[in-house]
Design a protein around this ligand. Structure first.
Ligand code: PAF
Length: 283
């Protein structure tokens, strides 16, 4: 598996590959790869001639320095996992912080039209400017036709679509379904930091969301939100940070249902100091 750390070398390789009907599918990641990432690579391989997987722990999207320090960094293991794919069709781009940001790690400020102030935005100030900045830079370097993002970070997916609309970068953004463990827990790099007991208990997130989907057919959002709070009230291992039912376009919370709109339920929970998020389509 080719691992490029320099943009010049990556671009030189891409130029030698460039032929008629050539297209790059891009899977941006922060590493600690799992089946969720691999499903994005599979989706990208099905639609493109070359897949570039970036592995870069982006410092500007962490509002909590401890979370950044503890973020798992497992490049050698990640490359081994990707070697299950064709070595001529998948390459890795693993730049340094300097290669992406230069000597000063500055962040662009975007107007995401209010998407940034909901949910994650309220609890992780500056997070989405960091995501927008790094994804834009990676798009400029890799120049993909298509880029693949998991729906587990649904708010991020909407933010990236908005960033592409604002910057008019010629990239198609593709959302891919959430991959789950056998107990329903959404796959995430952060799961590797959970204890066995926390892993077992974290199944409550998806169980709750499934029940919310059922209740949404007959109950109003306020009643459902109250019920969710009772599920986590005084829980020994899990602490609910937020639960919200939102319009998928604006991500704003809703009070009442409108038959013509689409909704999702979003949840964020702490297990110890590990923050877990999940969501489900409701209609
Ligand atoms: O979802 C992630 O892993 C990151 O937010 C991304 C999109 C790779 C940007 O750093």
């Amino acid at each position: 598996m080719q691992v490029y750390t320099s943009k010049t070398e990556l671009n030189a390789f891409i130029n030698t590959e460039n032929r008629s009907n050539f297209s790059i599918g891009f899977v941006p990641t922060m590493g600690a790869l799992h089946e969720g990432h691999l499903s994005l690579v599979k989706a990208a391989l099905a639609e493109n001639s070359l897949v570039v997987v970036s592995i870069f722990v982006n410092p500007t999207q962490f509002n909590n320095p401890e979370d950044l320090n503890k973020y798992p960094r497992t490049l050698a293991k990640d490359v081994l996992l990707l070697e299950t794919f064709s070595k001529t069709e998948v390459v890795v781009y693993a730049p340094t912080v300097e290669a992406i940001y230069g000597s000063q790690t500055t962040v662009e400020s975007f107007d995401f039209g209010g998407l940034e102030s909901q949910m994650e935005g309220q609890f992780r100030p500056g997070h989405f400017d960091g995501v927008g900045t790094v994804v834009k830079r990676l798009f400029e370097i890799v120049q993909p036709k298509n880029a693949y993002f998991g729906e587990k970070d649904f708010q991020q997916l909407q933010i990236v679509k908005k960033m592409v609309e604002i910057t008019q970068l010629p990239v198609h953004i593709k959302g891919c379904p959430i991959e789950r463990a056998a107990n329903g827990l959404a796959l995430s790099s952060r799961n590797s930091r959970l204890s066995v007991l926390e892993l077992e208990n974290a199944a409550l997130l998806y169980k709750t969301l499934q029940s919310v989907k059922h209740q949404f057919q007959h109950d109003d959002p306020k009643k459902i939100s109250e019920w969710v709070r009772t599920q986590f009230h005084n829980h020994k291992l899990l602490r609910l940070e937020y639960f919200q039912i939102s319009d998928v376009e604006t991500l704003a919370p809703i009070q009442h249902k409108n038959q013509t709109k689409h909704y999702r339920a979003f949840i964020a929970v702490y297990a110890g100091d590990v923050r877990l998020i999940d969501n489900i389509a409701l209609n």
